[in-house]
Ligand binder design. Structure first.
Ligand code: SF4
Length: 69
């Protein structure tokens, strides 16, 4: 699984961190970073991506197929 943060889009609301704290964290600039994309099941990753108010999270499978958006 590949989880990416579009840093220009991330506005630091941290919904992703609240939903999947083992996957996401905020850095010192209050931008999300990915700690471990395998630390939560896909359904939780999708929940976090859908909850992001800035559409800053993308998810691809290991073959590069887009799962979100
Ligand atoms: S929910 Fe979206 S905007 Fe908020 S910290 Fe996570 S990636 Fe950034």
């Amino acid at each position: 699984m590949q989880v990416r943060i579009l840093r220009m889009e991330c506005c630091g609301h941290a919904e992703c961190v609240a939903i999947a704290p083992d996957v996401f964290a905020l850095d010192t600039k209050r931008k999300a970073t990915v700690l471990d994309p395998e630390a939560a099941p896909l359904e939780v990753l999708l929940e976090a991506a859908e909850a992001c108010p800035c559409q800053a999270i993308t998810i691809e499978d290991d073959e590069g197929i887009a799962l979100f958006p």
